[in-house]
Design a protein around this ligand. Structure first.
Ligand code: TXA
Ligand code: MG
Length: 345
């Protein structure tokens, strides 16, 4: 499939396809033959493969340079398809009713006979499932009739893609097709929770906030280090790493820096002049990429980033910024995590 690939830019421009019926059909064909299709979700672009095929799933790990012990999220159209794969306790049903389709991933006990390649769960007894809201991935899910394993379509440890061009830049030579659905409107990966009995554990903050989860269910989500045995193995401290290093909580710009502003703090870029967290989230990854390119162009070594209030969606933004700023050889940051600091999604 990929052996005779032309150079990245040529292949990438051939592989970006418009969002139309013919492209959806071609994407489904490629997936059913075991290929890789990058496609938009409402959060970030995903790198999709048929989750039932061990060979196809292996290609995802290879293309991303992802460690085998970092499991993948299985994308499904909705509850009915999820129920073929995982056990859904009543509390998870509340979450599904409230937030699916949408940017919420549920980590649940996998059914023993779930038709999913072992590598998707990376040896865990659980499986992460999510029903995305974006029309394009929903059409592809329908056309394949298969669960689709899809991590973010970036090289492991790098910044997640929010446009088709980001995917082409990073992974152009590694994918068979990139479906272009325009910029992702949320811009941060899904919220991930584990549900065991009456306990919800927040494994990755996202657009579905802990407050929204609490008001939908009456249950306050726990932190993973609160004596819980669950973790998201890919939640490493260093992630979303640009080439330049990062200085957080910057109120001004030093000579060797590119400044990303927010609200009144102007910069080379501004995530949201109005100080709107939704806008800042949607622009975050594209702005980090642009700032990194500008830093390189101007021979600067640091990207400084203005403070963003750590409430609501700001919690998820600050989570990503903290990981982007972490030393690139740092270890996992939650007590229950395993691995040697190589584990990135
Ligand atoms: O918004 C999203 O969730 C995007 C789009 C494409 O759907 N996907 C995404 O996938 O962010 P990825 O692979 O980049 O991040 C998935 C995270 C990883 O940190 C992984 O360790 C964790 O989910 N995860 C997957 N399965 C898990 C499981 N069974 N238990 C705990 N964590 C799991
Ligand atoms: Mg990722």
């Amino acid at each position: 499939m990929m052996e005779d690939s032309p150079p990245s830019s040529d292949k990438a421009s051939q592989t970006i396809a418009p969002a139309d019926t013919a492209s959806v059909r071609r994407a489904a064909d490629i997936l059913l033959k075991g290929g890789l299709v990058a496609l938009p979700t409402e959060t970030v672009y995903g790198l999709a493969a048929d989750a039932t095929s061990p060979e196809a799933v292996a290609r995802i790990f290879k293309a991303k340079g992802r460690p085998q012990f970092n499991p993948l999220i299985c994308h499904v159209p909705g509850r009915k398809a999820a129920a073929q794969l995982v056990d859904i306790p009543p509390l998870a049903d509340h979450l599904i009713d409230a937030f699916w389709p949408g940017p919420l991933t549920l980590v649940l006990e996998k059914l023993p006979d779930a038709p999913v390649a072992d590598a998707v769960c990376a040896g865990l007894s659980t499986l992460a499932v999510r029903a995305p809201a974006h029309a394009l991935i929903r059409q592809v899910l329908k056309a394949t009739g298969r669960p689709l394993a899809a991590p973010s379509a970036n090289k492991s440890g790098r910044i997640s893609p929010t446009t088709a061009q980001h995917v082409a830049d990073d992974m152009g030579r590694d994918v068979d097709m990139i479906l272009d659905g325009g910029p992702c409107h949320i811009g941060l990966e899904s919220t991930i929770v584990s549900v065991i009995g009456d306990t919800i554990t927040l494994l990755r903050p996202g657009a579905i906030t802990d407050k929204a989860i609490e008001s939908a269910t009456g249950v306050h989500p726990q932190k993973p280090d609160n004596g819980s045995s669950v973790s998201a193995p890919g939640q490493l401290l260093s992630h979303y790493a640009p080439r330049a290093s990062i200085r957080l909580q910057a109120l001004d710009k030093k000579p060797d820096e590119i400044l990303i502003g927010f609200g009144d703090i102007e910069g080379d870029f501004n995530l949201s002049p109005e100080g709107n967290p939704e806008e800042a989230a949607a622009r975050l990854f594209a702005t980090l990429r642009a700032a990194d390119a500008l830093a390189r162009e101007q021979n600067k070594t640091v990207i400084a980033i203005a403070p963003i209030p750590a409430t609501g969606l700001g919690l998820a933004i600050n989570d990503r910024l903290r990981r982007a700023a972490a030393p690139k050889d740092s270890k996992p940051d939650n007590a229950a995590s395993h691995g040697e600091g190589q584990n990135k999604g």
